[in-house]
Every structure is written in C-alpha cells, then in structure tokens.
Design a protein around this ligand. Structure first.
Ligand SMILES: [Zn+2]
Length: 222
C-alpha cells in the first residue's frame, strides 16, 4: 500500500492521487496539500497597512492606475460573458473566473477589491513562509477575491424549515487557476509586494532613528 506523498503523513493514498484523501482535498482547495487558508480576519492588519500607506504616501495617480486596470479587467469579463451568451465557444473555467470578477465588482467597491489584493502581496512580503509555494499563494489570492463576490453561496430549499437556506459552494481548482492568472495580469499582488517592501523598510528606519534618539538622550555614544 502506497503512503501519502506528504512526508509526515502515513495515511494510504486515495485512488490515483499521490496524496491521502485529506491532503488531496487540501491541494485541490488551496493549491498545496499543506497550505492553510488565509482568512479575512488574518488579512485585516495588512489591509489596514495598505490603507494607511495610501493615506500617507501614495500619490493620486497610483490609485487611478489601479482603478483603470480593474475597470479594464471588468470590461474584458463583460465581453467574454456577452460572447458566451451569444453562443460563441468559451472555456468553462475561464468563464467562471470572469463571472467571479463581475460578481465581485457588483458587490464591492473598487477600493475593497484593490486593498484585498494588495494586502495579499503585503502578507506575502511580510511573511513568505505563510505560503507553501507560488501556486498556494495564487489560490489564496483567488479565494480572497472570490470571497468578495456572491459566488461562494448558492441557495437551496430547506424542506424542514420551509425556508431558502444559504449553502456554501466550492469552486474547482481549474477555475481558481484561471482566476489567479487574471489577477496576476492586473499585477495587484505584485504592487502589494512592492508597497510592503517600501513600507517595511521605512518602518525599520523609523525604529533605527528612535534608537539613535534614545541613545542620544541617555548620553551613550551612538
Ligand atoms: Zn496525507
């Protein structure tokens, strides 16, 4: 019997997968068998850092550039959806990815979307070990964007309560990959990484300066 490909795991492999049932599922959901999902709660301080950075240091044209990039992607998504509706051939997973873009654009304002994607880049720069690999990072970016859309929940008639119940709908790895590719084209996470580099460097300077001031006040040789 072959064991799961994850080193610390001794469970049997599932069917043709290289992993056991649990690790197989995690890989499909999060891009890597050992990747833990990034929650909205976890991302909060990074979103705050991005918002602060925009308030204090970003020039107005940075926001304009991001907004134009996002609008460009939304137009692309509308076009793909329109052609599919007219009966043109389409890639199912790409269409699903575009629909997530359109849904996020409908439910959230541009800043919420942009800040979330930039914050993912910030988190990556501040704590690269949080991600098992590049694919896992891509899946988490795609999942955070999808969480801003209405695509995560469907409705189902609950016979027992006699009400419409909200049910969580998962998404296929192929769609997450397609969505990640679209996000990567906008460069939002890459801008987030750059922003974090600059921000963290400035913060470390600030700490160093404070030390120098303290040393000066205490009469120590700097
Ligand atoms: Zn396993």
């Amino acid at each position: 019997m072959l064991e799961c490909n994850v080193q610390s795991c001794t469970k049997p492999r599932k069917g043709f997968s290289r992993y056991c049932s649990n690790h197989h599922k995690t890989k499909a959901r999060h891009g890597h068998p050992l990747q833990k999902p990034v929650t909205a709660q976890e991302l909060k301080p990074y979103i705050k850092a991005v918002v602060l950075w925009f308030e204090e240091r970003a020039r107005g044209d940075t926001e304009d550039l991001l907004r134009r990039t996002w609008i460009g992607l939304v137009h692309e998504a509308e076009r793909y959806r329109r052609l599919a509706n007219k009966g043109q051939p389409f890639f199912k997973n790409l269409l699903e990815a575009y629909d997530i873009i359109l849904s996020a654009n409908q439910s959230k304002d541009f800043k919420a979307i942009s800040n979330t994607m930039l914050a993912m880049g910030y988190l990556y720069e501040a704590n690269p070990k949080r991600f098992a690999d590049e694919t896992a990072f891509g899946f988490q970016c795609a999942r955070r964007l999808r969480a801003l859309s209405d695509c995560s929940f469907g409705s189902r008639w609950d016979h027992q309560s006699g009400k419409v119940a909200k049910v969580y709908r998962d998404v296929s790895p192929k769609t997450l990959r397609a969505l990640w590719k679209l996000i990567l084209d906008t460069k939002f996470p890459v801008y987030g990484i750059k922003l974090a580099k600059e921000d963290l460097k400035e913060r470390s300077h600030w700490v160093a300066n404070e030390q120098i001031i303290t040393q000066a006040l205490m009469g120590e040789a700097a």
